[in-house]
Design a protein around this ligand. Structure first.
Ligand SMILES: Cc1ncc(COP(=O)(O)O)c(C=O)c1O
Length: 477
């Protein structure tokens, strides 16, 4: 870091704006918080003071020359990027912009199969022709996060026209893989590597966190600052490094996709999150890790679930519990909620808990709650097994049509019984984690159908378009 990371240019500009005495003849309509429904005013009044707009001294996200420019440069300095951008629509807009900037309709791109739906949506918008690479199933953690590096290395030379490689690192559970090998291999063919690092904005701190893909040579990296740093929801970063991508194209799509009235509170929180990360000391990181270790131990004491031990390639801030009975899992989630303990994510057999980057937890309360949950669980008998079958994906899967070609095709609706062997024309995405389980353009297998039925029976929240998912799906006519 070469710059003064104690500065918070955007937040300071907002703080110094003379709100109290200023006469607002500009948007937003709450006029610095003076017009606002009474019942919400107490909660909102402080934040409304900095909910300003592109007036003198407050710069313009789409043409930054002042405070926002400096705040973004400080971010690039922290991450050792060539350029960093503030995003006010989450990593979603980062993923859309980075993919649109490298893909023309019909272009082939190599894409990690278990990517967030924003990646899939971007591929569809770009009209790309993805070749999906599926991570192998990792038995120890019952997850699909291990990307087969050899498979990637073998696939690249088979397609001389691949325009980019699009990866997700880490996964939702903080698990990583040797991404550097893929980046180096891609670069020998001058192929840019775009990384959705939504869950790793703190990896730039280095050990004990996994390495950041940006430091390992990735060309564009997107970070959901709001997920792991103290930033407001939707606050995210996009970073560019190296010469394989055209920053003007990325900027073009960012200004196209992002609001022309970006939220100043979100942008200011990004400025402060960057400040926080740049100034955290190694002693503070040790204290955080110490707290997470104690919490992990509290979880590990219970026989009612399996707690995944810490692993060097996994983000230590993530704690995953596994429960091998659907009924027990549901009961456990309900008991945690009874104690006002809310996990980030519940899958068909796992619960994910995410710790923050500071010490804030009442460990005594947690310990007492867990003891009480344990007692309640041990008094019950659960003899069912997990209902959702494991899906197997082909390790390499080229779509029959590009998304551009699919746009021109007719669709029809079929029941699940009729769907086997047909090409899905809508994605089915359990949310969270928001990773499409069946993708638009993919051939529907029996395994897909069984799993979707099991997810529905399980009451899993599913994102899909249109009609009743219980009975069928749109397919290519
Ligand atoms: C891996 C991954 N990428 C991208 C996103 C989208 O991020 P955001 O919610 O910041 O738009 C998510 C959201 O959960 C995600 O898990």
């Amino acid at each position: 870091m070469n710059r003064n990371q104690k500065r918070t240019p955007l937040f300071t500009a907002l703080e110094n704006h003379p709100k109290q005495n200023a006469t607002s003849f500009h948007v937003p309509g709450h006029k610095n918080g003076s017009i606002f429904p009474k019942q919400g005013k107490t909660y909102f009044q402080d934040i409304l003071k900095i909910d300003l707009t592109e007036i003198s001294g407050l710069d313009d996200l789409h043409h930054p020359e002042g405070a926002i420019k400096e705040a973004q440069e400080l971010t690039a300095d922290l991450y050792n990027a060539d350029y960093s951008y503030f995003l006010v629509g989450g990593s979603t807009v980062g993923n859309l912009s980075m993919i649109l900037s490298v893909c023309q309709p019909g272009d082939k791109v190599l894409v990690q199969r278990n990517s967030h739906k924003s990646i899939m949506n971007a591929l569809e918008l770009a009209g790309a022709k993805p070749i999906f690479i599926s991570p192998a199933f990792h038995k120890e953690t019952e997850s699909y996060h291990l990307l087969n590096i050899d498979q990637v290395k073998k696939t690249i030379p088979l397609h001389s026209d691949i325009k980019a490689i699009i990866l997700t690192y880490p996964d939702y559970f903080g698990r990583t893989y040797p991404i550097k090998e893929i980046i180096e291999e891609a670069h020998t063919y001058q192929i840019p590597v775009l990384v959705d690092e939504a869950h790793g904005p703190h990896f730039t701190l280095g050990s004990p966190f996994p390495m950041s893909s940006l430091s390992l040579g990735a060309d564009i990296v997107v970070h959901s600052a709001h997920k792991m740093l103290p930033a407001m929801t939707m606050g995210s970063f996009l970073h560019i490094k190296g010469s394989y991508v055209d920053r003007y194209k990325v900027e073009h799509y960012l200004q196209m996709i992002q609001s022309s009235s970006p939220s100043y509170p979100i942008m200011a929180s990004l400025d402060l999150a960057r400040y926080f990360l740049a100034n955290i000391t190694s002693d503070e990181v040790i204290e955080v890790i110490d707290e997470v270790t104690k919490i992990r131990e509290i979880f590990q004491r219970s026989k009612e679930w399996h707690t995944y031990p810490e692993n060097v390639s996994t983000d230590p801030l993530k704690i995953t519990l596994e429960i091998n009975s659907t009924k027990k899992l549901k009961e456990t989630v309900a008991l945690f909620e009874e104690h006002y303990i809310f996990p980030e994510l519940v899958t068909s057999n796992q619960m994910l808990f995410i710790h923050g980057l500071d010490t804030y937890m009442d460990k005594h309360h947690l310990q007492k709650s867990i003891l009480s949950i344990e007692q309640r669980l041990s008094s019950k008998h659960f003899d069912d097994k997990i209902e959702v079958p494991f899906i197997t994906y082909p390790s390499i899967n080229e779509m029959p049509f590009s998304y551009g070609e699919m746009k021109t095709k007719d669709v029809e609706w079929v029941t699940w019984e009729q769907a086997k062997g047909r090409i899905a024309m809508e994605a089915v995405t359990p949310y969270p984690p928001g990773i499409p389980f069946l993708m638009k353009g993919e051939i529907i297998t029996e395994n897909h159908i069984d799993t979707i039925n099991a997810l529905i029976r399980n009451g899993q929240h599913i994102h899909y378009k249109g009609h009743d998912i219980q009975s069928g799906i749109l397919v290519l006519k």
